[in-house]
Design a protein. Structure first.
Length: 323
Protein backbone atom coordinates (compact mmCIF):
# COMPACT_ATOMS: atom_id res chain seq x y z
CA UNK A 1 0.00 0.00 0.00
CA UNK A 2 1.41 3.38 -0.98
CA UNK A 3 1.34 6.60 1.05
CA UNK A 4 2.92 10.01 0.72
CA UNK A 5 5.58 10.65 3.32
CA UNK A 6 6.46 13.97 4.89
CA UNK A 7 7.83 15.57 8.03
CA UNK A 8 5.43 16.61 10.80
CA UNK A 9 6.53 18.87 13.67
CA UNK A 10 10.20 18.07 13.26
CA UNK A 11 9.69 14.33 12.79
CA UNK A 12 11.69 12.98 9.83
CA UNK A 13 9.90 11.65 6.76
CA UNK A 14 8.97 8.05 7.46
CA UNK A 15 9.45 4.96 5.32
CA UNK A 16 6.65 2.93 3.76
CA UNK A 17 6.70 0.63 6.81
CA UNK A 18 6.44 3.60 9.22
CA UNK A 19 4.09 6.27 7.84
CA UNK A 20 3.10 9.22 9.99
CA UNK A 21 -0.26 8.73 11.71
CA UNK A 22 -2.56 11.63 12.62
CA UNK A 23 -4.55 10.89 15.78
CA UNK A 24 -7.78 12.89 16.11
CA UNK A 25 -9.16 13.44 19.61
CA UNK A 26 -12.31 15.58 19.89
CA UNK A 27 -13.28 16.69 23.39
CA UNK A 28 -15.92 18.69 25.20
CA UNK A 29 -15.84 19.23 28.97
CA UNK A 30 -13.94 16.03 29.67
CA UNK A 31 -10.98 17.45 31.59
CA UNK A 32 -11.45 14.74 34.25
CA UNK A 33 -10.65 11.92 31.75
CA UNK A 34 -8.76 13.74 29.00
CA UNK A 35 -5.24 13.41 30.45
CA UNK A 36 -5.54 9.61 30.59
CA UNK A 37 -6.71 9.51 26.95
CA UNK A 38 -3.87 11.77 25.76
CA UNK A 39 -1.23 9.93 27.79
CA UNK A 40 -2.26 6.59 26.30
CA UNK A 41 -1.64 8.01 22.80
CA UNK A 42 1.64 9.84 23.43
CA UNK A 43 3.09 6.86 25.35
CA UNK A 44 2.67 4.46 22.42
CA UNK A 45 5.84 2.76 21.19
CA UNK A 46 5.04 4.02 17.68
CA UNK A 47 6.50 7.52 17.82
CA UNK A 48 5.70 8.92 14.34
CA UNK A 49 2.40 10.57 15.20
CA UNK A 50 0.74 13.93 15.49
CA UNK A 51 -2.01 14.15 18.09
CA UNK A 52 -4.67 16.70 17.14
CA UNK A 53 -6.93 17.57 20.08
CA UNK A 54 -10.01 19.48 18.95
CA UNK A 55 -11.48 21.36 21.92
CA UNK A 56 -15.13 21.78 21.00
CA UNK A 57 -15.67 25.01 23.02
CA UNK A 58 -15.17 23.40 26.44
CA UNK A 59 -16.05 25.45 29.53
CA UNK A 60 -14.21 23.35 32.12
CA UNK A 61 -10.46 23.04 32.80
CA UNK A 62 -9.68 21.55 29.39
CA UNK A 63 -7.62 24.57 28.24
CA UNK A 64 -5.44 24.53 31.36
CA UNK A 65 -4.85 20.80 31.04
CA UNK A 66 -3.86 21.01 27.38
CA UNK A 67 -1.49 23.90 27.99
CA UNK A 68 0.33 21.83 30.61
CA UNK A 69 1.36 19.19 28.04
CA UNK A 70 4.66 20.03 26.32
CA UNK A 71 5.01 17.13 23.85
CA UNK A 72 5.83 18.64 20.44
CA UNK A 73 3.58 16.11 18.71
CA UNK A 74 0.48 17.65 20.30
CA UNK A 75 -1.55 20.10 18.20
CA UNK A 76 -4.52 21.94 19.72
CA UNK A 77 -7.46 23.33 17.74
CA UNK A 78 -10.18 25.25 19.59
CA UNK A 79 -13.71 25.86 18.36
CA UNK A 80 -15.32 29.15 19.37
CA UNK A 81 -18.71 27.44 19.36
CA UNK A 82 -19.68 23.84 19.94
CA UNK A 83 -20.04 21.82 16.71
CA UNK A 84 -20.69 18.39 18.20
CA UNK A 85 -18.46 15.33 18.09
CA UNK A 86 -18.88 14.77 14.34
CA UNK A 87 -18.06 18.39 13.51
CA UNK A 88 -15.06 18.43 15.85
CA UNK A 89 -13.72 15.18 14.42
CA UNK A 90 -14.07 16.48 10.88
CA UNK A 91 -12.06 19.55 11.87
CA UNK A 92 -9.24 17.22 12.90
CA UNK A 93 -9.48 15.14 9.73
CA UNK A 94 -9.17 18.18 7.47
CA UNK A 95 -6.24 19.54 9.53
CA UNK A 96 -4.38 16.22 9.58
CA UNK A 97 -1.05 15.88 7.80
CA UNK A 98 -0.68 12.11 8.01
CA UNK A 99 -1.86 9.69 5.31
CA UNK A 100 -3.36 7.43 7.98
CA UNK A 101 -5.90 8.60 10.57
CA UNK A 102 -6.53 7.16 14.02
CA UNK A 103 -9.18 8.30 16.47
CA UNK A 104 -9.26 8.52 20.23
CA UNK A 105 -12.16 9.39 22.54
CA UNK A 106 -11.55 11.76 25.43
CA UNK A 107 -12.75 9.21 27.97
CA UNK A 108 -11.03 6.06 26.66
CA UNK A 109 -7.56 4.52 26.77
CA UNK A 110 -5.30 2.89 24.20
CA UNK A 111 -3.27 -0.08 25.43
CA UNK A 112 0.49 -0.07 24.84
CA UNK A 113 1.45 -1.38 21.38
CA UNK A 114 -1.94 -0.64 19.84
CA UNK A 115 -0.71 1.75 17.20
CA UNK A 116 2.38 -0.22 16.15
CA UNK A 117 0.36 -3.40 15.62
CA UNK A 118 -2.31 -1.61 13.61
CA UNK A 119 0.17 0.29 11.42
CA UNK A 120 1.99 -2.98 10.68
CA UNK A 121 -1.30 -4.63 9.69
CA UNK A 122 -2.22 -1.64 7.53
CA UNK A 123 1.08 -1.39 5.66
CA UNK A 124 1.16 -5.15 5.04
CA UNK A 125 -2.45 -5.33 3.83
CA UNK A 126 -3.70 -5.33 0.25
CA UNK A 127 -4.10 -2.12 -1.73
CA UNK A 128 -7.89 -2.11 -1.38
CA UNK A 129 -7.79 -2.05 2.45
CA UNK A 130 -9.29 1.17 3.82
CA UNK A 131 -9.59 0.37 7.54
CA UNK A 132 -7.87 -1.68 10.24
CA UNK A 133 -9.57 -2.14 13.62
CA UNK A 134 -9.02 -4.08 16.81
CA UNK A 135 -11.02 -5.69 19.59
CA UNK A 136 -11.82 -3.41 22.53
CA UNK A 137 -12.64 -4.06 26.19
CA UNK A 138 -15.87 -2.35 27.21
CA UNK A 139 -16.12 -1.56 30.93
CA UNK A 140 -19.58 -0.82 32.28
CA UNK A 141 -21.60 -2.93 29.85
CA UNK A 142 -21.92 -6.69 29.34
CA UNK A 143 -22.52 -8.88 26.29
CA UNK A 144 -26.29 -8.47 26.75
CA UNK A 145 -25.85 -4.67 26.52
CA UNK A 146 -26.83 -4.23 30.17
CA UNK A 147 -24.91 -1.44 31.87
CA UNK A 148 -23.76 -1.11 35.46
CA UNK A 149 -20.91 -1.81 37.89
CA UNK A 150 -18.75 -4.92 37.36
CA UNK A 151 -20.07 -5.43 33.85
CA UNK A 152 -17.47 -5.93 31.11
CA UNK A 153 -17.30 -7.43 27.64
CA UNK A 154 -15.13 -7.68 24.54
CA UNK A 155 -16.30 -6.08 21.30
CA UNK A 156 -16.63 -7.68 18.77
CA UNK A 157 -17.91 -10.65 20.73
CA UNK A 158 -17.71 -14.38 20.12
CA UNK A 159 -20.96 -14.40 18.11
CA UNK A 160 -19.40 -12.21 15.43
CA UNK A 161 -17.68 -14.50 12.95
CA UNK A 162 -16.92 -12.45 9.82
CA UNK A 163 -14.63 -9.66 10.98
CA UNK A 164 -12.33 -8.97 8.00
CA UNK A 165 -12.60 -8.57 4.26
CA UNK A 166 -15.64 -7.15 2.50
CA UNK A 167 -18.04 -6.26 5.34
CA UNK A 168 -20.52 -4.22 3.32
CA UNK A 169 -23.36 -6.70 3.84
CA UNK A 170 -22.70 -7.16 7.57
CA UNK A 171 -22.50 -3.41 8.24
CA UNK A 172 -25.93 -2.81 6.78
CA UNK A 173 -27.45 -4.22 9.95
CA UNK A 174 -25.08 -3.46 12.82
CA UNK A 175 -21.54 -2.45 13.66
CA UNK A 176 -19.13 -3.42 16.41
CA UNK A 177 -16.45 -1.04 15.12
CA UNK A 178 -15.96 2.20 17.04
CA UNK A 179 -13.67 5.10 16.25
CA UNK A 180 -11.07 4.53 18.99
CA UNK A 181 -10.40 1.04 17.61
CA UNK A 182 -9.81 2.17 13.98
CA UNK A 183 -6.95 3.10 11.69
CA UNK A 184 -8.28 4.60 8.45
CA UNK A 185 -6.96 5.87 5.15
CA UNK A 186 -7.29 9.68 5.14
CA UNK A 187 -7.96 9.55 1.41
CA UNK A 188 -10.95 7.27 2.01
CA UNK A 189 -12.30 9.56 4.75
CA UNK A 190 -12.10 12.55 2.43
CA UNK A 191 -13.87 10.64 -0.35
CA UNK A 192 -16.91 10.12 1.88
CA UNK A 193 -16.70 13.65 3.35
CA UNK A 194 -15.93 12.44 6.86
CA UNK A 195 -18.58 12.17 9.55
CA UNK A 196 -22.22 13.17 9.04
CA UNK A 197 -22.67 16.24 11.26
CA UNK A 198 -26.45 15.78 11.38
CA UNK A 199 -26.06 12.69 13.55
CA UNK A 200 -26.10 12.97 17.35
CA UNK A 201 -24.97 9.38 17.88
CA UNK A 202 -24.34 6.20 15.84
CA UNK A 203 -21.79 8.24 13.85
CA UNK A 204 -19.35 5.31 13.96
CA UNK A 205 -21.81 2.91 12.33
CA UNK A 206 -22.71 5.39 9.61
CA UNK A 207 -19.04 6.06 8.88
CA UNK A 208 -17.90 2.44 8.62
CA UNK A 209 -20.94 1.43 6.55
CA UNK A 210 -19.99 4.06 3.98
CA UNK A 211 -16.27 3.19 4.15
CA UNK A 212 -17.10 -0.47 3.51
CA UNK A 213 -18.27 0.51 0.03
CA UNK A 214 -14.74 1.71 -0.80
CA UNK A 215 -12.69 -1.31 0.24
CA UNK A 216 -11.89 -4.07 2.70
CA UNK A 217 -11.42 -4.06 6.48
CA UNK A 218 -8.79 -5.91 8.52
CA UNK A 219 -9.48 -7.00 12.11
CA UNK A 220 -6.78 -7.55 14.75
CA UNK A 221 -8.20 -10.12 17.14
CA UNK A 222 -6.60 -8.69 20.26
CA UNK A 223 -7.97 -6.18 22.81
CA UNK A 224 -5.95 -2.99 22.29
CA UNK A 225 -8.38 -0.37 23.65
CA UNK A 226 -10.17 0.17 26.97
CA UNK A 227 -13.50 1.96 26.65
CA UNK A 228 -15.58 3.19 29.56
CA UNK A 229 -19.33 3.69 29.89
CA UNK A 230 -19.91 7.29 31.01
CA UNK A 231 -23.02 9.01 32.35
CA UNK A 232 -22.82 11.49 29.46
CA UNK A 233 -22.04 8.98 26.70
CA UNK A 234 -23.92 10.09 23.59
CA UNK A 235 -25.02 6.52 22.89
CA UNK A 236 -27.17 6.67 26.04
CA UNK A 237 -29.46 9.45 24.86
CA UNK A 238 -32.55 7.80 23.40
CA UNK A 239 -33.95 10.86 21.64
CA UNK A 240 -30.64 11.33 19.84
CA UNK A 241 -30.58 7.66 18.94
CA UNK A 242 -34.00 7.74 17.28
CA UNK A 243 -33.20 10.86 15.30
CA UNK A 244 -29.84 9.56 14.13
CA UNK A 245 -31.04 6.07 13.22
CA UNK A 246 -33.80 7.50 11.05
CA UNK A 247 -31.21 9.45 9.06
CA UNK A 248 -28.96 6.39 8.73
CA UNK A 249 -31.80 4.12 7.55
CA UNK A 250 -32.87 6.66 4.94
CA UNK A 251 -29.28 6.97 3.71
CA UNK A 252 -29.00 3.19 3.39
CA UNK A 253 -32.28 3.12 1.50
CA UNK A 254 -30.91 5.67 -0.98
CA UNK A 255 -27.79 3.51 -1.38
CA UNK A 256 -29.97 0.61 -2.49
CA UNK A 257 -30.76 -1.32 0.71
CA UNK A 258 -34.36 -2.55 0.56
CA UNK A 259 -36.87 -1.51 3.21
CA UNK A 260 -37.95 -5.17 3.47
CA UNK A 261 -34.52 -6.20 4.72
CA UNK A 262 -34.70 -3.46 7.36
CA UNK A 263 -38.38 -3.91 8.27
CA UNK A 264 -37.72 -5.06 11.84
CA UNK A 265 -35.44 -2.10 12.44
CA UNK A 266 -38.06 0.30 11.11
CA UNK A 267 -40.58 -1.31 13.46
CA UNK A 268 -38.33 -0.96 16.51
CA UNK A 269 -37.56 2.63 15.57
CA UNK A 270 -41.24 3.47 15.05
CA UNK A 271 -42.18 1.92 18.37
CA UNK A 272 -39.40 3.85 20.12
CA UNK A 273 -40.65 7.09 18.60
CA UNK A 274 -44.13 6.35 19.94
CA UNK A 275 -42.81 5.71 23.46
CA UNK A 276 -40.85 8.97 23.31
CA UNK A 277 -44.06 10.88 22.64
CA UNK A 278 -44.21 10.89 18.83
CA UNK A 279 -46.76 8.13 18.05
CA UNK A 280 -47.91 9.70 14.78
CA UNK A 281 -44.39 9.65 13.36
CA UNK A 282 -43.82 6.19 14.77
CA UNK A 283 -47.02 4.99 13.16
CA UNK A 284 -45.71 5.86 9.69
CA UNK A 285 -42.58 3.78 10.20
CA UNK A 286 -44.52 0.88 11.68
CA UNK A 287 -46.97 0.85 8.76
CA UNK A 288 -44.03 0.80 6.35
CA UNK A 289 -42.49 -2.10 8.23
CA UNK A 290 -45.77 -4.05 8.35
CA UNK A 291 -46.40 -3.49 4.62
CA UNK A 292 -43.03 -5.08 3.87
CA UNK A 293 -43.38 -7.94 6.38
CA UNK A 294 -47.10 -8.51 6.99
CA UNK A 295 -46.55 -11.96 8.53
CA UNK A 296 -44.34 -10.69 11.35
CA UNK A 297 -46.20 -10.97 14.65
CA UNK A 298 -43.59 -8.79 16.36
CA UNK A 299 -44.14 -5.92 13.94
CA UNK A 300 -47.92 -6.31 14.21
CA UNK A 301 -47.73 -6.20 18.02
CA UNK A 302 -45.67 -3.01 17.96
CA UNK A 303 -48.07 -1.45 15.47
CA UNK A 304 -51.08 -2.18 17.68
CA UNK A 305 -49.36 -0.91 20.84
CA UNK A 306 -48.30 2.26 19.09
CA UNK A 307 -51.83 2.85 17.77
CA UNK A 308 -53.11 2.60 21.34
CA UNK A 309 -50.51 5.18 22.36
CA UNK A 310 -51.60 7.37 19.46
CA UNK A 311 -55.27 7.18 20.45
CA UNK A 312 -54.44 7.88 24.10
CA UNK A 313 -52.40 10.94 23.13
CA UNK A 314 -55.22 12.25 20.93
CA UNK A 315 -57.70 11.92 23.80
CA UNK A 316 -55.35 13.77 26.13
CA UNK A 317 -54.75 16.55 23.62
CA UNK A 318 -58.48 16.79 22.89
CA UNK A 319 -59.22 17.12 26.60
CA UNK A 320 -56.71 19.94 26.93
CA UNK A 321 -58.25 21.72 23.92
CA UNK A 322 -61.80 21.49 25.38
CA UNK A 323 -60.63 22.96 28.67
Amino acid sequence: MEYKYQSVHGLPAMSEANPIVSVILPTYNRAHTLRRAIKSVLNQDYYAIELIVVDDASTDDTTTLLESITDQRLRIIRHERNKGVAGATNTGIYAAQGAIIAFQDSDDEWLFGKLEKQVKAFTESSDNTVLVYCTKIFYGRDSNKLSGPRRVTCVPGAKNTKLSGNLRQELQFESNISTQSMLVSREALLRINGFDTRLRNSQDWDLVSRLSELGNFVHIDEPLVNTYWQDDSISRIKENSVYSLLIIYNKMKRRGLSVKSQAKRYARLGYSMGRLGYPARGNKLLKTAFANKPLSLGILARLILNLLQFQKRRRVMKGKWIK
